[in-house]
Design a protein around this ligand. Structure first.
Ligand code: ADP
Ligand code: MG
Length: 341
């Protein structure tokens, strides 16, 4: 593990905002747009009793292409830092339906196994391509492998292992830090191979034996690329990671009428998103001011301890809908994300 590249919050944590277009359904039922980009990283929310402006490193509005989000979010630099041995993490945060999965993977649906067009590929496929391109241009001295996990109700499950889903224990050791026991890590050398792992795992996430319809929006999915340098032993060995996290929907599940199961779900999601927000807001402070960073509060933050801590570099993509009907969740996402940055 390497020392941080640059001190200070600008490079350690970057928060960008993506506002998706109104969907056909929202347009048809006459929803109003209450979110407007002001340029320069500012966004304005105006509705009956709300009138507020929030600032981010960048704002991508409804007209922003997938490519624009990749280039404008600093994702390319993050890939390069991971190759250089840093622990890099990208989060997509927001309520269900706000565009997290679209931003990370493109418009994958139940029936589709491939996005319609290359222009719609998400941050993940673009990052994989960038990584493999760099690897080739460096004479293929990088050894690449991937793991893909899901956290649901505070249980960790391997999305790449073929057997029936089972919960894996999360452990800690002095040398490895937090790790998942018996987690599969699959070597890959081509773009086709890693995209196929992504699709297999995502499919498994959707068609889990225990799956309820909402399952995938109530779980966190973490795909991690491990990058080892195969350079001659005269150089210090570098080991970077690039982790993509499709977080569970951030909407609060209403307590009234929720079954016991829903409450467990809501509690574990709230707990992990709260713990994450807490860790991130502490990290956004100058180094000297860190007190204790509460990684142990959830499985999610334990798994991300290395990325969130010491030498990690984090990009948070907050996703929102522009619709008047999503106003309260939108405001809560904007508050969460601007607190982080
Ligand atoms: P989430 O993963 O946050 O639940 P999705 O990524 O599934 O949300 O997006 C919800 C719906 O909105 C999907 O039908 C998706 O294709 C569409 N969508 C999201 N973002 C965009 C965008 N930037 N442009 C066009 N359609 C989008
Ligand atoms: Mg999703």
């Amino acid at each position: 593990e390497r020392e941080g590249p640059v001190e200070g919050r600008e490079t350690r944590l970057r928060v960008v905002l993506r506002v998706r277009p109104l969907t056909c359904k929202e347009t048809r039922r006459g929803d109003r747009r209450v979110v407007h980009s002001l340029g320069d990283g500012a966004v304005h929310v105006s509705a009956a009793r709300h009138d507020a402006t929030f600032g981010f490193s960048a704002v991508f509005d409804a007209s922003a292409s997938q490519e624009a989000v990749f280039e404008g979010s600093g994702m390319r630099q993050l890939v390069e830092l991971a190759i250089d041995g840093f622990s890099c993490t990208v989060f997509a945060f927001g309520q269900t339906g706000s565009g997290k999965t679209y931003t990370l993977m493109g418009p994958l649906t139940q029936s589709e196994t491939q996005p319609a067009s290359p222009a719609l590929l998400g941050l993940m496929q673009r990052s994989f391509a960038c990584l493999l391109e760099q690897s080739r241009s460096r004479g293929s001295d990088l050894a690449l492998s991937a793991s893909y996990l899901e956290i649901y109700n505070e249980q960790v499950r391997d999305l790449l292992s073929p057997g029936p889903p089972c919960a894996l224990p999360l452990r800690w050791s002095k040398t490895r830090g937090f790790y998942v026991e018996n987690q599969l890590s699959v070597d890959f050398e081509s773009l086709e191979a890693i995209v196929s792992l992504l699709l297999q795992g995502s499919q498994r996430r959707r068609t889990s034996a225990h799956a309820l319809n909402r399952h995938s929006s109530r779980s966190h999915a973490l795909l991690t690329i491990h990058i080892r340098s195969r350079a001659p032993s005269t150089c210090p060995s570098k080991q970077g990671t690039l982790c993509f996290v499709d977080l569970a929907g951030s909407e609060r599940v209403k307590e009234t009428g929720s079954s016991g199961e829903l409450s467990v779900e809501a509690n574990s999601i709230n707990r992990s998103l709260l713990a994450l927000g807490h860790c991130i807001s502490l990290l956004a402070k100058p180094r000297g001011k860190w007190t204790h960073i509460p990684y142990r509060d959830s499985k999610l933050t334990r798994l991300l301890a290395r990325s969130l801590g010491g030498s990690g570099i984090t990009l948070m993509v907050a996703c929102i809908s522009p619709s008047s009907r999503c106003l309260s969740e939108t405001l809560s996402t904007l508050h969460y994300a601007s607190r982080a940055g």
